[in-house]
Design a protein around this ligand. Structure first.
Ligand code: ADP
Length: 159
């Protein structure tokens, strides 16, 4: 069975993430979306909420599973029998950091990283920008799935 991990914070999941997850689901037997629980930056949504949204929007794929992970990605991979990771690349600016992570993960545990280039319509899209635009009343429909859109509106109305 060819299984791949798709790690990230997904705070919240965007159409850019979903595009990569869907394309990966067409290539692998199983895609495990690994939601980062490390508390390094303040998140808008709790891990449980992020997992709920991901579960809802990936429900149409029979071979996508959502899991949470903390600590090292290579530890998560070992625990789940995963030998490769897929990462979306938006622009050259993503590349330097991603290359270091990929090389380190290979060096540590022989975990391979495969890069998938973003669909050009999502190359500017990142969760932090979506939150910022939504916070100031901008329209983010078309950038995130509908369920995320309504949760964003709800959450920001409470702030
Ligand atoms: P973000 O930068 O949106 O907070 P994450 O940390 O959740 O993203 O990223 C998880 C993975 O998804 C990373 O590999 C990242 O490059 C990829 N990704 C994020 N946004 C996009 C996009 N618009 N197109 C392709 N890949 C993306």
């Amino acid at each position: 069975m060819h299984r791949v991990a798709c790690p990230g914070s997904f705070d919240p999941v965007t159409n850019g993430h979903l595009d990569i997850i869907g394309r990966a689901a067409g290539l692998y037997d199983e895609v495990i979306v690994a939601v980062l629980t490390n508390v390094t930056k303040r998140s808008l949504f709790t891990v449980d909420e992020r997992v709920e949204m991901l579960t809802e929007v990936t429900g149409r794929y029979g071979n996508v599973r959502i899991e949470r992970f903390g600590g090292l990605l290579v530890g998560f991979c070992a625990a789940h029998g995963i030998t490769s990771v897929i990462k979306g690349l938006r622009a050259v600016s993503d590349f330097e950091y991603e290359m270091q992570m990929a090389q380190m993960n290979y060096q540590m545990a022989k975990v391979e990283t495969l890069f998938m280039t973003t669909n050009p319509q999502y190359s500017f899209l990142r969760s932090s920008l979506v939150k910022e635009i939504a916070r100031y009343g901008g329209d983010v429909s078309g950038l995130v799935p509908d369920t995320v859109l309504s949760r964003l509106r709800q959450r920001l109305a409470q702030e």
